[in-house]
Ligand binder design. Structure first.
Ligand code: ATP
Ligand code: MG
Length: 248
């Protein structure tokens, strides 16, 4: 569903409602609500619309996902509450696997998230069966568990709204990391290979469209993307917006 662009506050309230519903249904934890608040603040400053720089990052992400041999979408509670349909659509168009991977893990919450994804058309959801658990190095014990059929063997991992320690651990483990993060200064944003500075609810829809279109043409394997430069440009756009707000 497309969120109306003409009334940004209404869009943001609609997103907030989705998250609260996800909390009541056991998908989202309290900490997830707080993390969303941090994101909302940045969304407010960027004007609740996708930045030009973010469109560039989305193109690079689409290329990386389509060229990947074993792409995986890592799903946490917030993501499942905000865009379950989009997760499934993106997995379909890119051939990515879907893995539930939580910062505050519990079996009950994992199952609730998997159910939500399945209701939205997911055929297979990884990360649920302890039989397939593997550990990534350089992280404390609980947070290092991944699925041996998913993130463990992936070449490219999309980890929207991720924590900085885990992003760094995935990078050290040799993964190419794509993230959605409204804060271009977070450790995740600064550590990932491609950071899409956008609200995941808007950005996922654009990413799906770009992937669908890109799939029809020949992919340029040599195309380069400079994440640091793109992030600096996003930070500059935020600074300019703040300046405009201060003088309004
Ligand atoms: P880091 O650990 O990477 O330094 P952090 O500790 O500041 O980040 P976390 O709670 O670990 O924050 O991660 C959540 C991140 O997700 C935040 O940077 C927040 O801005 C971002 N975020 C929250 N909601 C959304 C959303 N709907 N779309 C995109 N980004 C979001
Ligand atoms: Mg963090």
């Amino acid at each position: 569903m497309l969120i109306p662009r003409s009334h940004p506050r209404a869009a943001s309230l609609h997103i907030r409602e989705k998250l609260v519903r996800g909390y009541r249904e056991g998908l989202v934890v309290e900490e997830g609500l707080l993390a969303h608040g941090r994101g909302e603040m940045f969304d407010y400053i960027i004007g609740e619309k996708t930045l030009k720089t973010s469109h560039e990052a989305i193109k690079a992400a689409s290329r990386m996902l389509l060229l990947a041999k074993r792409p995986v979408i890592s799903v946490n509670g917030n993501l499942a509450a905000l865009c379950p349909k989009e997760i499934v659509l993106l997995a379909k168009v890119t051939g990515a696997k879907i893995e539930v991977n939580l910062f505050y893990a519990s079996k009950k919450r994992k199952n609730a998230i998997a159910l939500e994804l399945k209701k939205n058309g997911a055929k297979e959801v990884l990360g649920l069966d302890a039989k397939f658990s593997q550990k990534i190095p350089n992280l404390d014990s609980k947070r290092r568990v991944v699925d041996e059929r998913g993130i463990f063997i992936a070449d490219v991992v999309l980890v929207p709204l991720e924590d900085g320690d885990r992003t760094a651990a995935l990078k050290k483990f040799g993964k190419k990391v794509i993230t959605f993060d409204l804060n271009p200064m977070s450790r995740t944003a600064q550590t990932a290979d491609i950071t899409i500075v956008d609200n995941v609810t808007r950005g996922m829809q654009i990413l799906i469209l770009v992937c669908k279109n890109m799939k029809k043409s020949r992919l340029d394997k040599n195309s380069k993307f400079d994440n640091k430069k793109n992030l600096s440009q996003s930070i500059l756009a935020i600074k300019n917006n703040l300046g405009r707000m201060a003088h309004a």
